[in-house]
Design a protein around this ligand. Structure first.
Ligand SMILES: [Mn+2]
Length: 462
């Protein structure tokens, strides 16, 4: 946790932005896995962490934008809890640690909300993504659980996005720590990536590293020889010489700040010449984004420039043809890169995705696209100092997609399907780093940069 003033200042800024009414921020609760007492590892709601700090289940907070007061709700532990879990701080103490002097039992929440509704005051809440909180909101507001998401407050969503998008120095320090764990994970994967080793074993080692240095992985690890499947969670393969292994993995710091890196490396430690060709193109894309990312530029324009680098590289390789600018405008390159260049990162690996991607990555100026590929760009708007985003271009050969586009005669002016067919056994390459936007440019987050050039990767895998 940070100093209590960090949270007091954030809540004051939120009250100022929202202006009036009650702002209700719900924490998360335990989620049973296979019976009530055997739960998934607990993860607090990220907005609750941001404004109320505490990473334990069973709490809620209210900010009164009219009176300027904040309330913290939760139940003190019983003797039975102490016997099983040990002594715990009182709710009053927890509230004080985040600068709040008014704390109440959880049951009081309904009374406070009910009174405000009776007074016709606006109740602002964020769109819930857990079903128990949808049911709680139904109980508190009278809005049916299936409809509560639609009644979430757009003013509150926009205010939270505005605050959480720009990272404070104390947050950047935590993201750097998460990235340091990411370095340990990815360099371990590079050392283990040998023929005969199972994907599952390396995945397990990485998950263990995340848990041993910090909190846990920031999302389910993607690790596969079949890197052409973008989010491949199947780890059933045994590594084979000549294949590539794609690892997209990250960690959470002890305060739940995230990292998210991807590397694609040759099983056994030496790239083939065909792998070098494609890898060099993706690396050029990655580096181009770094050159361009700075305050004031839209990330959509960076994405499109990266797509032009990709298309030019694939044209030089004989897989694409025609005018590169036109090919990218038409979306032909999306056969090879059907996803976006990156997303925001913070207390969530896809930061604030629960609040709505159109509010996090887009605004009145930059609107989401419906074009295949570009539609998957999570972050399009103008970059600001203090944003933390990912730079993650890729190049994939997805046999089913290639066959479909060929059959549908898609973009035949720009794609040479006879040449592309020869790459259907290639797999996929993605390279991802996390960057902080600083005056005039960007910097990598974390102390050490995970090997990324062909020389660096082959060196560490020796
Ligand atoms: Mn990512």
């Amino acid at each position: 946790m940070f100093e209590s003033t960090v949270y007091s200042k954030r809540r004051q800024a939120l009250r100022d932005k929202v202006g009036n009414g009650l702002i209700l921020i719900l924490g998360n609760n335990e989620a049973p896995a296979n019976y009530p007492d055997n739960t998934y590892k607990f993860r607090q709601d990220s907005s609750f962490l941001y404004f109320f700090g505490h990473a334990h289940p069973g709490y809620a907070g209210i900010l009164d934008a009219d009176s300027g007061e904040d309330y913290f709700f939760g139940d003190d532990v019983t003797m039975d809890d102490i016997i099983w879990m040990g002594p715990q701080p009182s709710v009053k103490e927890l509230a004080a640690r985040v600068g709040i002097d008014k704390s109440f039992p959880f049951g009081k929440l309904k009374e406070v909300i009910g009174k405000a509704i009776a007074q016709r005051r606006k109740i602002h809440f964020l769109p819930p993504y857990r079903y128990d909180n949808m049911l709680l909101l139904e109980d508190l507001t009278g809005i049916r659980a299936s409809l509560v998401r639609q009644h979430s407050s757009l003013e509150l969503i926009k205010a939270v996005v505005a605050l959480r998008s720009v990272k404070e120095p104390c947050e950047i320090e935590e993201i750097d720590k998460a990235c340091n764990i990411g370095y340990e994970m990815h360099t371990a994967a590079m050392k283990l990536c040998k023929p005969g080793v199972s994907e599952q074993y390396i995945t397990g080692v990485l998950d263990g590293i995340a848990a041993s240095y910090g909190n846990m992985v920031s999302f389910a690890t993607i690790l596969s020889q079949n890197g052409q499947t973008l989010h491949n969670h199947d780890h059933s393969q045994i590594l084979q010489a000549g294949r590539l292994m794609l690892t997209d993995a990250g960690a959470e710091s002890t305060t739940n700040y995230c990292s998210d890196h991807t590397r694609t490396i040759p099983v056994g430690g030496k790239f083939t010449s065909r792998q070098r060709d494609v890898y060099s193109i993706v690396l050029a894309c990655h580096d181009r984004a770094l050159e361009l990312a700075r305050p004031g530029i839209t990330y959509k324009s960076v994405h499109l420039e990266v797509c032009r680098v990709l298309a030019q590289g694939l044209k030089d390789l004989g897989l694409m043809k025609g005018n590169v600018e036109d090919a990218v405008a038409a979306g032909a390159h999306a056969l090879f890169m059907p996803h976006g260049l990156g997303h925001m990162m913070g207390i969530d690996v896809h930061d604030m995705e629960d609040l709505g991607q159109c509010y996090v990555g887009y605004d009145d100026e930059v609107r989401p696209s419906k074009q295949f590929g570009l539609a998957s760009l999570r972050m399009g708007r103008r970059l600001q100092e203090g944003f933390v985003i990912t730079d993650e271009p890729g190049c994939y050969f997805i046999p089913d997609l290639i066959d479909k586009w060929r059959a549908d005669k898609m973009h035949t002016d720009f794609l040479d399907f006879n040449a592309i067919d020869k790459y259907k056994d290639f797999g996929g390459i993605r390279l991802e780093d996390d960057i902080l936007i600083i005056p005039g440019g960007s910097r990598f987050t974390g102390e050490k940069h995970i090997p990324i050039t062909i020389e660096e990767v082959e060196e560490i895998m020796k």
